[in-house]
Design a protein around this ligand. Structure first.
Ligand SMILES: NC(=O)C1=CN([C@@H]2O[C@H](COP(=O)(O)OP(=O)(O)OC[C@H]3O[C@@H](n4cnc5c(N)ncnc54)[C@H](OP(=O)(O)O)[C@@H]3O)[C@@H](O)[C@H]2O)C=CC1
Ligand SMILES: O=C(CO)COP(=O)(O)O
Length: 332
């Protein structure tokens, strides 16, 4: 078991994971950038901005600055995917031993490179073990000890088992896998479909329509994810269909909430501003659309969300066009 851990990010997921692992690890430091948040975590054991009504374990404290993270044997990345590369670079400058285990908990791929977060971490820390955590894991529920499962991706079996011990609690069961591409791509791509499902809800398209959309989204996610390097069975697992269901049907999902607001006629800017938290599907619609084009994969649902968010296409029109394409067999 790890003697201590650092969590980069004092947002929703960092707070939920601090609460989870803080009961198993006696020293957990959250690295933030807001002095008020850091003081509150240290003095009141509460995060005033994210999931503010839960008490964090006594083992959890907070600091500002990567130098406070660099010497812990386990470091979790819980910042948005758009800043993961910068956070990793800052951390590397602080000096990290080669045996430190780095775990990406963020869901998305980088715009421009199409890199998954574990690829970025390996680029910056070529000699360190790198793992990923994903699944149907709404922060608000984990922090309240509501039951769920997750999958840990790691190619080193012994480290995967150590991480499985860390991410185990009476309400939290974790599995292991060595398919990092499949795990990360499922978690990234589902964000776009959660926006689509939210839009369909906002437009009152009905339960049949949303179920059909999510089912076809799974087919599309699997087609794209396999082309980008994931294994087909991973998309049928916790980080694929599991997370897809969690985000497409839950009021907790920030991506779903952005979609809902769009379906109800709000602009993207209004929807994002009202949320006040990261909705990875917004930047990831761009990065995943680009990755799909580069790979030459047919992705009508991602294309529709891209058209709504970035090409000014009316939401109702874009979704209705999904029904009016050429007929095809279901399993093509
Ligand atoms: N929330 C959830 O249920 C889950 C989230 N995730 C993933 O975790 C990642 C983080 O999401 P989440 O915690 O929910 O997001 P939040 O919006 O709740 O928090 C984001 C955190 O990142 C920090 N941050 C934002 N921008 C920067 C920056 N430029 N430099 C440094 N720090 C920054 C924020 O700091 P500040 O507060 O100071 O703005 C905050 O601590 C995402 O990839 C998400 O997909 C994965 C599973 C579940
Ligand atoms: O990934 C998540 C749950 O597993 C969180 O989804 P949102 O980012 O849409 O809130």
């Amino acid at each position: 078991m790890f003697s201590s851990a650092a969590i980069l990010g004092t947002g929703s997921f960092g707070t939920a994971l601090a609460s989870l692992i803080g009961s198993r690890i006696s020293d957990v430091v959250m690295i933030g950038r807001d002095p008020v948040t850091v003081d509150s975590i240290n003095l009141a054991h509460r995060n005033p901005r994210y999931i503010s009504d839960i008490d964090l374990p006594e083992s959890v404290r907070a600091e500002i600055g990567m130098n406070h993270a660099s010497l812990h044997p386990l470091i979790l990345f819980c910042v948005p995917t758009s800043v993961t590369r910068q956070a990793a670079t800052d951390l590397a400058e602080a000096g990290v031993p080669e045996e430190t285990v780095l775990v990406s908990c963020a869901k998305g791929i980088e715009r421009g490179t199409g890199d998954r977060m574990s690829v970025i971490l390996k680029e910056v820390f070529p000699n360190n073990p790198v793992a990923v955590l994903s699944g149907p894991n709404h922060a608000e529920e984990i922090a309240r000890d509501l039951a769920t499962c997750a999958v840990i991706g790691c190619t080193n079996e012994s480290i995967a088992c150590q991480l499985q011990e860390v991410f185990t609690a009476p309400h939290f069961r974790s599995y292991t896998s060595d398919d990092l591409p499949g795990i990360e791509l499922g978690g990234a791509i589902k964000n776009v479909y959660a926006i689509a499902a939210g839009i369909a809800s906002g437009l009152n398209l009905g339960d049949n329509a949303i179920s059909a959309l999510v089912t076809r989204a799974l087919a599309e996610m699997t087609r794209l994810g396999v082309r980008l390097g994931g294994r087909v069975e991973t998309f049928a697992g916790l980080s694929g269909v599991g997370d897809l269901i969690a985000t497409c049907f839950s009021a907790h999902s920030r991506n779903h909430r952005v979609g809902l607001a769009l379906g109800q006629g709000k602009s993207l800017e209004e929807a994002v501003n009202a949320l006040g938290m990261v909705a990875e599907g917004v930047p990831n619609t761009l990065s995943i659309y680009e990755a799909a084009r580069d790979a030459g994969v047919r992705t009508p649902i991602i294309d529709a969300v891209h058209a709504i968010l970035y090409e000014d296409m009316p939401a109702a029109w874009a979704l209705s066009q999904l029904l009016n394409r050429d007929p095809r067999p279901e399993n093509e």
